[in-house]
Design a protein around this ligand. Structure first.
Ligand code: ADP
Length: 428
């Protein structure tokens, strides 16, 4: 439940020497939804946020929250697609009754969350026509997401053409992985011909919490060996050394790695044709089961939500106990496999729905890592949903809980790209 209070976003530190960038809109365009958040970087506030959903379907609607003055709107509205959703959002941001800005001209930059940057994008970029063409080449890597991500950019290029558009990728943080980590042991030509390799996802979240961890510890990120655990519906780990990702658990797609809410994570690929034959399913149908009917849901059977699993565990449900044991076991052993990759471990970070809210799961994972000397204070660990160091004073590994804030990360990246873009323009 959102609280109606000014939401301080702590971006003002980024504004030094740059008075021309103040209002930044962050957009996340999915297949049937647009999530948005408007930041005022000068006042250090989130002004408004919300979600347009069920685009192109019956019952489409838009949620709008204006911070500070307690406006919350749930508007039933026919929204045929991204363009109408973004237009309606811009009206809400500027209309008399709901406005947080006088005119859309006040929005100087738009940060777009883009799922896949392929090998082409290793950092966020200001969007021009060449960038759009390169993004279109990434569509085949993630067709379900990329076409909608690109549609959002194109709508903003026309509706907010005075603003700088910046693409921020879920994959770019992982582009620093070495080849021996990102390549699959398949015929090399598949990589050369089709770019089949590990890309990794959740990069915006991993980067945000890794940097926040260094800030919380008042340490330089370049001196730290960090494992970030993004444990939500989707789940992935990332090994960060010297501020750079050196390995992560998701792969060519977000299906790989850990067991997740509905996704299986790593399995023997030979299972796929075997199940296809036994169940008389096409390959696409098996992949759908692996994405939507597996993981915690596949084992527990009733729900993919960890709150339901934890309730059922308390009631003694054996399938729930098994699902939880499997999930935790896979996280533990994968953390264990990343420690030698990093050459040690200074910081373990928990984030996303489960990582931020389940003291029980954090506690069990940490106990399994006791051989590293890592120790948490079980009392402090009972706190959830807030930034906190849960390790004991003598633990050689700091263990932090950090609520992720992907939109804030996108806003920060957008400001830094836009500043560079503007100063290059002024020089040339
Ligand atoms: P998404 O990947 O959809 O962004 P989130 O990061 O919001 O996911 O995480 C959602 C998941 O977090 C829920 O499905 C639920 O399993 C889990 N979760 C949220 N709160 C709790 C809690 N208090 N205890 C255990 N799990 C929780």
């Amino acid at each position: 439940m959102l609280e109606y209070r000014p939401y301080y976003c702590n971006l003002a530190g980024m504004m030094n020497g740059s008075e021309y960038l103040v209002k930044v809109l962050v957009l996340n365009c999915g297949s049937s939804s647009v999530k948005y958040k408007l930041f005022d970087t000068e006042a250090d506030l989130v002004l408004a946020d919300g979600l347009a959903e069920r685009l192109g379907m019956s019952g489409s609607r838009i949620k709008y929250n204006r911070y500070g003055q307690n406006v919350k709107i749930n508007l039933e509205h026919t929204l045929s697609g991204h363009e109408e959703a973004i237009k309606t959002t811009l009206s809400l941001l500027t209309d008399n009754d709901t406005s947080v800005i006088k005119d859309i001209e006040e929005i100087q930059a738009v940060g777009h969350r883009i799922l896949h940057g392929g090998e082409k994008f290793s950092r966020p970029v200001a969007v021009d026509d060449d960038v759009v063409k390169s993004l279109q080449q990434c569509i085949e890597l993630a067709p379900l997401h990329m076409q909608h991500n690109i549609a959002g950019i194109q709508v903003c290029q026309s509706l907010l053409n005075h603003a700088i558009q910046v693409a921020v990728f879920d994959t770019d943080f992982h582009q620093t992985m070495p080849d021996y980590a990102y390549l699959y042991p398949l015929p090399y030509e598949y990589y050369e011909k089709y770019k089949v390799r590990k890309y990794g996802f959740h990069g915006i979240s991993h980067k945000y919490v890794a940097h926040r961890a260094a800030e919380m510890l008042r340490a330089g990120i370049e001196d730290l060996k960090i494992i970030t655990c993004h444990l939500g519906n989707g789940a992935s780990l990332c090994a960060v050394k010297g501020g750079k990702c050196i390995d992560t658990t998701m792969g060519f797609t977000p299906l790989a790695g850990l067991m997740m809410g509905t996704r299986c994570g790593d399995i023997d690929p030979a299972v796929i044709p075997y199940i296809a034959e036994k169940e008389d399913l096409s390959l696409a149908e098996v992949i759908k089961v692996l994405n939507e009917g597996s993981g915690v849901l596949g084992i527990f059977g009733s729900s993919s939500d960890f709150r339901d699993v934890e309730e059922a565990v308390k009631a003694g449900n054996q399938k729930a106990i098994l699902a939880l044991n499997m999930f935790i076991y896979r996280v533990e052993k994968t953390i264990g496999s990343l420690i030698p990759a990093l050459g040690g471990l200074d910081v373990l970070v928990f984030t996303a729905g489960i990582g931020e809210h389940s003291s029980e799961i954090r506690s069990r994972i940490c106990k399994a890592l006791a051989n590293t000397g890592l120790e948490i204070d079980e009392e402090i660990n009972l706190k959830n949903g807030t930034e906190i160091d849960i390790s004991t004073a003598s633990s050689p590994v700091r263990v932090l809980v950090i609520p992720t804030d992907e939109e804030k990360m996108i806003a920060q990246e957008t400001i830094s790209v836009a500043k560079g873009y503007l100063s290059n323009k002024m020089i040339s």
